[in-house]
Ligand binder design. Structure first.
Ligand code: PAF
Length: 308
């Protein structure tokens, strides 16, 4: 049976990871790229899988790509661009989206759904929370560095989920586990707290995730940030999530000890950082709730003032 084409916006680490695994599972994939890399309308990506002991088995794969203008009717779309690229990406393809389009947003942080609702209001919107570790270097090499999972759920409780299960099955065949959840918003709030601690600290001090629990000075900062977040989440009525922040942060820092966070990778590659969607979003919530977050404010201000 011929499967639907899965369109992917964003050929970075996460977009590349999905493209590779969907193609391997025989699902047709097309990247929607702002700049086409060659006239044949395909992009050559290299893949380095550090999972399953496939160390140094770099393989090259040619993946179809279209410009936004060439893209006609999208049934299935994975949006894997960074949060700060989301509005530009959706604006450029909104002509190809209608009420039959199923769109999954993979961005870190919060505020992404609001952008998508505004730009592609007719689409069926889903949110994903990803914990696979991956990175892409400027030489088109995607490295799969740490096995994780993908949680997916509807953007709102009232949204129709008709037809989504075969899409979820496809994703789960390609890169398991993909787990369906009605409570995706809670998972995203949980991940926001982890990102607000790990990403801002590692980007500020330019260290791998594990240093945050190994280095005593950094551990003190980690604990202070966790306290600030616990207070905010408690105030926002998210006490269960608040109670788990310390455990989640410690577990993820130790499980991904050697990895560089996505924000640190952005800083090192002189790209913008996802500050608006992570620390900026948290600080806006804190301001409204009347909570002061001195350390997060300091880190956010420091990182906001880095100009490459
Ligand atoms: O953004 C990231 O890098 C990841 O979500 C994580 C696991 C928090 C840090 O590497």
């Amino acid at each position: 049976m011929q499967h639907q084409t899965v369109y992917i916006s964003g050929s970075g680490a996460i977009g590349g990871l999905w493209a590779r695994h969907l193609l391997n599972a025989n699902y047709p994939v097309t990247f929607i790229s702002k700049q086409l890399d060659n006239v044949e309308n395909s992009i050559e990506l290299k893949f380095n899988n550090l999972i399953n002991n496939e160390v140094d088995q770099i393989q090259t794969q040619s993946i179809a790509q279209l410009s936004p203008e060439q893209t006609k009717k999208i049934k299935i779309l994975l949006v894997c661009v960074k949060s700060y690229q989301l509005s530009t990406a959706l604006n450029s393809i909104k002509h190809a989206i209608d009420s039959n389009s199923q769109v999954i947003l993979f961005q870190n942080g919060m505020g992404n759904l609001e952008i998508a609702k505004q730009l592609i209001p007719e689409a069926k919107l889903f949110l994903a929370s990803n914990t696979h570790g991956a990175n892409r270097t400027s030489d088109f090499c995607v490295t799969y560095a740490g096995a994780g999972k993908t949680l997916v759920g509807p953007a709102t409780n009232s949204q129709s989920t008709a037809g989504i299960s075969s899409f979820i099955d496809a994703l789960n065949n390609a890169l398991p586990p993909v787990i369906w959840t009605q409570n995706i918003q809670d998972h995203l709030w949980e991940k926001l707290a982890v990102n607000a601690v790990i990403n801002t600290l590692t980007a500020r001090y330019q260290c791998p995730n594990g240093d945050l629990i190994k280095n005593p000075d950094l551990l003190l900062k980690l604990k202070q940030l966790v306290l600030e977040l616990e207070q905010l989440y408690g105030q926002l009525g998210k006490q269960t999530i608040a109670d788990n922040i310390q455990t989640n942060v410690s577990n993820i820092a130790s499980l991904t000890a050697k990895n560089k966070s996505s924000m640190l990778q952005d800083r090192m590659n002189q790209r913008p950082m996802e500050l608006d969607a992570i620390s900026g979003y948290v600080l806006t919530q804190a301001k409204t709730a009347g909570i002061s977050m001195p350390l997060l404010t300091e880190l956010h201000d420091y990182l906001s003032n880095i100009h490459h």
